[in-house]
Design a protein around this ligand. Sequence first.
Ligand SMILES: [Fe+2]
Length: 163
Amino acid sequence: MAKPKLHPVANDLGANAKAASVTLLNAALADIIDLTNGVRMAHWTVKGPQFAALHTLFEGFYDQLGEATDDIAERVVQLGGTPNGTTQEVGALSRLPAYDPALRAGMDHVKALTERYAAFAKTTRAAVDASAEAGDADTADLFTGLSRTLDKALWMLEAHLEG
Ligand SMILES: [Fe+2]
């Protein structure tokens, strides 16, 4: 991946650490916005006997992802970068599979979201190590918190698939 163009900022982290973190954060930003949109689609379109529980669960998920999205994008700016947060950038850069707008059944949404949360949790865990190795403990901490949030949501989704 090409090195991001950074604006000068007073933050004393080294240029290489900043560039590494901005690259990792922007990759996560595209994924988390895409994931949030998938969760919102699930919240809106879910049907079936578990409607009320899943509709509410998915609402909690996108509120949580919204907070994390803001933290990720703001850290990009703190490090001198530009968040790739436009709809067009997210569409081009997301590493997640497209969310199927035809899904309706509760368990189909749960399976689709389990797959996407698992994929994003994996790249987030890798980003913890990569940002720590780049020397940016704060970005590593941000990814660590996000990783815990994703693992918990993944557990809640997977619990529906038992039996
Ligand atoms: Fe709603």
